[in-house]
Design a protein around this ligand. Structure first.
Ligand SMILES: [Mg+2]
Length: 257
């Protein structure tokens, strides 16, 4: 199997919460040395993409901003492209920063023209009220992703952006436009900007219904790692059969030539 580029999910693949996956940084270094193109594609929309680069570096990974594609960055690109000039409501401070950096005016009132649902660890009922009212008042409804949960240390899960998106979907009766995986919006940006061939690109992820589903729908090769959210039994339950299954990303250099 010829692979030239590797796209890594991050949460549950390279780290869990504030703890890096053992030997993952060395594995990535080895793959870089062998000449693979390296990219990062995360549904996390809580922070600007520079934050994610710094965090990976803090864990000992080599990482660069032009390799980093987060749903926060994707949301900023999407609004700039499809709704230029419109003001946006964003839940987390990090998402607001990313939008502002890309020239989007933040309006966290119920008059916002675009509402971005994403993970916010400081979620409050008041924020939900403003977002809800902006959507039923005719605002565009975007969501960074619909991940139900995300993995942190010691096998623990926490509710993800999908929980916030679902609250707004239920209350407004509207469906959001999804920026993150399994939608191919960010993947298509990577492919276009860096000239990737999808058939020679490997997606490495811990979540079958986002990482592996996107890979299969878009004609990428896929590697499912068991260090995050999805369990091995779910391969059969979902019918989402990856090309490779590994306990950890640390094993990746051993299966690629
Ligand atoms: Mg993940």
């Amino acid at each position: 199997m010829e692979i030239k580029n590797i796209i890594f999910d991050m949460d549950g693949v390279l780290h869990r919460g504030k703890t890096p996956i053992p030997d993952a940084a060395d594995a990535l270094g080895e793959l870089r040395k062998r000449g693979f193109g390296i990219f990062f594609l995360t549904n996390n929309g809580e922070h600007p993409r520079e934050f994610f680069v710094e965090r990976l570096r803090g864990f000992g990974f080599e990482a660069y901003v032009d390799e980093m594609y987060s749903s926060s960055y994707g949301t900023a690109r999407y609004i700039s492209e499809k709704f230029p000039g419109k003001s946006a409501f964003a839940f987390s401070r990090g998402m607001q920063e990313e939008l502002e950096k890309n020239g989007i005016k933040i309006d966290n009132s119920n008059k916002a023209e675009v509402v971005v649902a994403s993970l916010d660890v400081h979620l409050s009922y008041d924020k939900l009220v403003a977002a809800f009212q902006a959507i039923i008042g005719g605002g565009v409804f975007l969501a960074s992703n619909e991940d139900a949960s995300y993995p942190v240390e010691n096998g623990v899960l926490k509710p993800g952006a999908g929980a916030i998106t679902a609250a707004l979907e239920k209350s407004t009766g509207r469906k959001p436009i999804i920026i993150g995986k399994p939608q191919p919006y960010l993947l298509d940006i990577i492919v276009k900007e860096h000239g990737l061939e999808k058939g020679k690109t490997l997606m490495v992820g811990d979540r079958l219904e986002t990482d592996i589903l996107m890979a299969k729908q878009e004609g990428l090769k896929s590697c499912f790692v068991l260090s995050g959210v999805s369990r091995k039994e779910e391969v059969e339950e979902t019918g989402l059969e990856p090309d490779f299954v590994l306990d950890s990303v640390a094993g990746l250099p051993g299966i690629l030539d």
